[in-house]
Design a protein. Sequence first.
Length: 226
Amino acid sequence: MIVLVTGGNRGIGREVCAQLARQGHTVLLTARSERAAKEAAASIDGDVHPLRLDVTAAEDAEEAAREVAARHGRLDALVNNAAITYDTWQRAVTADLDVVREAMETNLYGPWRLTMTLLPLLRESTSPRIVNVSSEGGSLAGMGGGTPAYSLSKTSLNALTRMLAAELRHEDFLVNAVCPGWVATDMGGPGGRPVAEGAASVVWAVTLPAGGPTGGFFRDGRPVPW
Ligand SMILES: NC(=O)c1ccc[n+]([C@@H]2O[C@H](COP(=O)([O-])OP(=O)(O)OC[C@H]3O[C@@H](n4cnc5c(N)ncnc54)[C@H](OP(=O)(O)O)[C@@H]3O)[C@@H](O)[C@H]2O)c1
């Protein structure tokens, strides 16, 4: 498979790239810093190619699409992993809406636009997959207070997942949202589970067999309540 991963320079994204490369897949490791993309790609064994891609920049998405088209002519899977603003310091009753808007740019509009930009290349694949890395924090079923920017952005990403899955079902796309669980990364902080386990939860959805689930929300291959 040829797989593009956003935010591939550190955390869960980097480990997703490493696990996919270990399985023999071609990985397009993207990062908003060209240097970070190159360093991370060089640190992973296998067929890993660095690509600069800030998910908030439309021109970056278009340039990435041109590069992928020229080099590979198709894309088999897109992993929308990059995200920001786990705003534990905020509450909905007093939220700074500029912080919320900024989170939405990276966590919702970025992956949405990138998906649309890469759709023609995904359509060239015989088994296209889109994996939106979400969080149970976006689950309406268990929604409480706190982390308003982050939670809202992930709820919205989940809704987008449902829409894309429905609109692309007849083209044999598998589009799913995945929660990696609480993972010990820069975002998750200490105490979470190892990054390899969180990444494996994502890789499961990337490598689903034909006829696998679409329009679902999963952690470790098991459904999570919306
Ligand atoms: N860690 C957890 O406990 C946990 C739990 C549930 C869900 N998740 C989800 O898992 C995913 C990965 O999280 P993580 O824990 O690995 O986070 P992380 O360690 O903070 O890494 C975030 C990654 O996203 C990248 N990024 C941020 N803004 C970007 C942009 N505009 N364009 C491109 N890349 C950008 C970062 O790049 P820079 O290095 O340039 O900043 C970095 O590579 C996220 O979607 C997160 O919401 C994590």
